[in-house]
Design a protein around this ligand. Structure first.
Ligand code: NAD
Length: 249
């Protein structure tokens, strides 16, 4: 049985990595999927790859008008939303002494403000009993080198999600946090690690993870499906760490 049959699901940053794998799985499970992303060529390609009538919307989550455009699209085409996954995010590793105000603002504009105002814009469209998933990070709870600003931006969205789980109680909307550990996606190429150092960096990351390897986007997608579907119908306000046990190591 398809677990998201006839559901309407939005995944921000759904053109790449964890978001794209989730959009693919949700579509295979019967959902009408709407993905967002920054680059139109990448969004177009992802829509073609996902198939199943997926829809793409190009925009920047730091731009509040983009969220309104998305809400209008959902309202006009479908009248309601069942699942909203606030997943778009960026990272740049730097020690705190080197973080510029621009770099700080860029992280919080995308990872934090983008999540807050995205949820604010679509919340009225989410049907009672629907599901919101916020992608945070292992870095929000575990101290990792050079992650300070990113960690702060991701800890904030975990706090938002816990508050929303209670605020949205009258509408029985479940709000959960998906916290990935290191996952093999394009974001790893944006950490500031050089291409030459990348294999050694990935080996080092894998050595820190009890299961002995980094995660795959599809593994995060399956966790998101659990949170979005009836399988997680009594799961609300949790932080689901999908990190091969790295939180503990
Ligand atoms: P990715 O780079 O493959 O995907 C990031 C997505 O976010 C892309 O679709 C990109 O277009 C979108 N995005 C970035 N900035 C945006 C903006 N301003 N406006 C609109 N869209 C924007 O990386 P990923 O690993 O799939 O990351 C997905 C989420 O998972 C992010 O929030 C990331 O912080 C989080 N995360 C990833 C890892 C990991 O190791 N890959 C670990 C912990 C948390």
């Amino acid at each position: 049985m398809q677990q998201l049959k006839n559901k309407v699901a939005v995944i921000t940053g759904g053109n790449s990595g964890i978001g794209k794998a989730t959009a693919q799985l949700f579509a295979e499970e019967g959902a009408q999927v709407i993905i967002t992303g920054r680059r139109d060529d990448v969004v177009d390609q992802a829509v073609a790859d996902i198939g199943h009538g997926a829809i793409g919307l190009v925009g920047d989550v730091a731009d509040l008008a983009h969220h309104q455009k998305l809400a209008d699209l959902v309202k006009n085409r479908f009248g309601r939303l069942d699942v909203y996954m606030a997943n778009a995010g960026i990272i740049n590793l730097t020690t705190s002494d080197k973080v510029t105000p621009d770099e700080y603002d860029r992280h919080f504009a995308t990872n934090t403000r983008g999540v807050f105002f995205g949820v604010q814009a679509v919340a009225p469209l989410i049907r009672d009993g629907g599901s919101i998933i916020v992608t945070s990070s292992l870095a929000a709870t575990k101290i990792l080198p050079d992650h300070t600003v990113y960690a702060g931006s991701k800890a904030a969205v975990a706090a938002f999600a816990r508050n929303w789980a209670v605020e949205l109680k009258p509408r029985k909307i479940r709000v959960n946090i998906l916290s990935p550990g290191p996952v093999e996606t394009a974001i790893l190429g944006k950490l500031g690690v050089s291409e030459a150092d990348s294999p050694a960096f990935e080996r080092h990351m894998a050595s820190l993870i009890p299961v002995g390897r980094m995660g795959l986007p599809e593994e995060l997608a399956r966790a998101a499906l659990f949170l979005a579907s009836e399988a997680g119908s009594f799961v609300n306000g949790i932080e689901l760490h999908v990190d091969g046990g790295m939180t503990l190591a």
